[in-house]
Design a binder for this molecule. Structure first.
Ligand SMILES: [Zn+2]
Length: 89
């Protein structure tokens, strides 16, 4: 991971202890999130999240979760059964 100038914007506020393994700390990263609604499967790639360095568990912010759900609903309304979306913040 780069420790260069421009990538540690909000780090201080988002670092926390992982509630799953209780050892790792989270740091900003990107993950793949899968949502299932009935028969539809929506996969989001490149979602910004806080990721545990130890076990890999990820934590999404409320704002991001809301956006994901919104986009999933849209895809489902459009009749998607399996949709792979690249998440853009
Ligand atoms: Zn962990």
């Amino acid at each position: 991971m780069s420790r260069g100038g421009e990538v540690h914007l909000a780090c201080q506020e988002t670092v926390m202890d992982c509630v799953i393994c209780k050892h790792g700390q989270t740091s900003p990263g990107k993950v793949t999130v899968t949502l299932q609604r009935g028969e539809s499967l929506i996969i989001f790639k490149q979602v910004i999240a806080d990721v545990c360095e130890n076990c890999g568990e990820y934590y999404l912010s409320e704002a991001i979760t809301e956006k994901l759900l919104q986009r999933a609903e849209e895809a489902i309304k459009n009749g998607a059964k399996v949709e792979i979306l690249r998440f853009a913040a």
